[in-house]
Write a protein that binds this ligand. Sequence first.
Ligand code: FNR
Length: 189
Amino acid sequence: TTYNVGYIVGSLAKNSINRKLAKALIKLAPEKLKFHEVSFADLPLYSYDYDADFPEAATRFKADLKRSDAILIVTPEYNRSIPGGLKNAIDWASRPYGTNSFARKATAVIGTSPGAIGTAVAQQSLRSVLGFLQAPQMNAPEAYIQFKPGLITDDGEVTVPETEQFLRDYMEEFHQFMARVLTVLPRDA
Ligand code: FNR
């Protein structure tokens, strides 16, 4: 079985270290995982005024989530939480009421930061949001990646072998996790 994995990069920055991490994770993932980016860059700021008539960007965003068997969120930590753009995107995904795109979707969260705690606080904050949205989350392994200059190249090559192996194992665990989730919660699509 192959699985379609949607990945969300929480940063909009051109030289995002989290985008480098996402590239690395895709390269190191088991072959049976097929990846597509679920981008939130085009979304306006959410308000429930849009619920009656969703803009095309939001409809597309939700469709990209819907066709995903699992979602990988690779996010920076901004001010000890997740970036506003990512929270905005999740708010869009959760609405209109009754169409929560994260419900029953296997998720994993990971991130990197130059700081020593490697996005731990942002990930904790994201976990409460995903919990509220009834998204099954991989609890372990956790991954708090401190980004030292050169750790991951622009092409997504990990230059430290131990980190490379850790990230490969992380993706193997995610593969097994989504397989378990999909066994009990098959996709309705
Ligand atoms: C940061 N940064 C940061 N780092 C961290 O470990 N904890 C934090 O709370 C914050 N807060 C924060 C706020 C804002 C507004 C910015 C712009 C940055 C530093 C951050 O980890 C660093 O800029 C990374 O490069 C961000 O990841 P991306 O966007 O490059 O993927």
